[in-house]
Write a protein that binds this ligand. Structure first.
Ligand SMILES: [Zn+2]
Ligand SMILES: [Zn+2]
Length: 407
């Protein structure tokens, strides 16, 4: 690896800053804000960045911000944190418990935000000392949980000119001090579908003179998942599961209308892209066999986060340098969704799992009102993010800018 050893500098930075960062996280935790309502959170971040001599640019809706550190001709590396909370009740009994009824940082985005703030302050010091051979774009993204905040950032040009992007997510199944990594897909896609069938309706005595809508709907309910299992590579684990079916009102009347709703989950990016057209054509062929009309309403959620191999290597090497040998552990692809995926549809990057479990401590889960982290994870995250940004700039940047930066 090219460049300098950063551990000593990060040790000194964190010796001074760690308690301050923990306090920052606790303040966010006490004042959670839901998707696209993160006004206070955005202001708190902006104040800290401005005080460090940076120039944050708040997104047009007033929540979330983007800020560049350094302006060199070198490459641009983006670091992303999500800043929104969940509409859940905080069930913890801690001094920093949420003060907002029905809102809670139960997905750890307060930790992601604080980690990125810490990395930002360290990188600002590096830039001021002329040690940043390129540019680091800090993305404090709103509304991950909606999801959709990533698309808002992209619509504002947030990743234009960015060569690589990195992000972290708290993982309460991984010990603090460790980082879970995986090449390829690390989260899953999840979409919603609604099928509406219609026909003339009629007496159950004479199905042949009308279209037997309930029978056709039942065929759709079983045939669609069955056909998908034969038309899509089983390794993509594309699954259509129905959650709601409504049709009819009397035992002896064939209705003229029926609805089925369900979710489509998928581990593979290509299968996800192909899913809407495939489901539509299968639906039409089943419906036409029984003489009913069928329409498909397909609502896209997020694609899977697909980690780029080179970026995973960069992040892994940086994490080993920052946290010590053996800190990087393999992780599985989760069935959850994460809108970081949208960035990786456009540019290479990697998303990692930041260990937040105290060794032998309580096994929390995210999206629950009891979720909490071992706050040592904040300093660990800062080390990983700051080291990743600098080592990636050194890796892809021109050699002369490194030598001049180190001179
Ligand atoms: Zn979440
Ligand atoms: Zn999350």
């Amino acid at each position: 690896m090219r460049g300098r050893e950063l551990r000593g500098e990060l040790d000194a930075f964190l010796a001074e800053m760690e308690q301050d960062l923990v306090a920052f996280r606790r303040d966010l935790h006490m004042h959670p804000e839901l998707a696209f309502a993160e006004y206070r959170t955005t202001q708190r971040i902006a104040e800290r960045l401005t005080a460090a001599g940076l120039t944050p640019s708040v997104l047009p809706r007033g929540t979330g911000l983007i800020c560049d550190v350094g302006s060199g001709d070198g490459p641009t590396i983006a670091l992303r944190a999500d800043i929104d909370a969940l509409p859940l009740q905080d069930e913890k009994d801690v001094p920093y418990r949420s003060t907002v009824a029905g809102a809670c940082h139960a997905c750890g985005h307060d930790v992601h935000t604080t980690v990125l703030l810490g990395a930002s302050l360290f990188l600002a010091q590096q830039a001021a000392a002329g040690l940043l051979p390129g540019r680091v774009r800090l993305i404090f993204q709103p509304a991950e949980e909606l999801p959709g905040g990533a698309l808002e950032v992209m619509a504002q040009g947030g990743i234009s000119g960015v060569d690589r992007i990195f992000g972290l997510h708290c993982d309460p199944r991984v010990d603090v001090g460790q980082l879970g990594l995986r090449s390829g897909p690390i989260t899953s896609a999840c979409d919603k579908i609604a099928v509406r069938v219609s026909g003339p309706g009629g007496h159950t005595a004479r199905p042949h003179l009308t279209a037997d809508l309930v029978f056709a709907l039942a065929k759709i309910l079983t045939e669609l998942p069955a056909a998908l299992s034969r038309r899509v590579d089983p390794r993509s684990s594309l699954s259509l599961v129905w959650g709601k079916v409504v049709a009819g009102s009397a035992a002896n009347a064939i209705p003229d209308d029926g609805v089925a709703e369900g979710t489509v989950r998928c581990l593979d990016e290509n299968a996800w892209h192909a899913a809407p057209d495939l489901i539509k054509s299968l639906l039409e062929s089943v419906a036409s066999a029984y003489g009913v009309e069928a329409t498909l309403d397909y609502t896209r959620g997020v694609p899977p986060v697909v980690n780029d191999e080179v970026s995973v290597e960069m992040l892994g090497e940086a994490a080993e340098q920052a946290l010590g040998a053996g800190a990087v552990v393999p992780t599985q692809q989760s069935l959850g969704g994460e809108d970081f995926a949208w960035y990786l549809e456009s540019i290479p990057g990697a998303f990692a799992r930041l260990g937040t479990r105290s060794p032998d401590g309580i096994a929390y889960d995210i999206h629950q009102g009891t979720f909490d982290v071992d706050e040592q994870a904040i300093a660990m995250g800062v080390r990983v993010m700051a080291t990743t940004a600098l080592t990636s700039l050194w890796e892809v940047g021109p050699l002369d800018s490194i030598t001049s930066a180190m001179a």
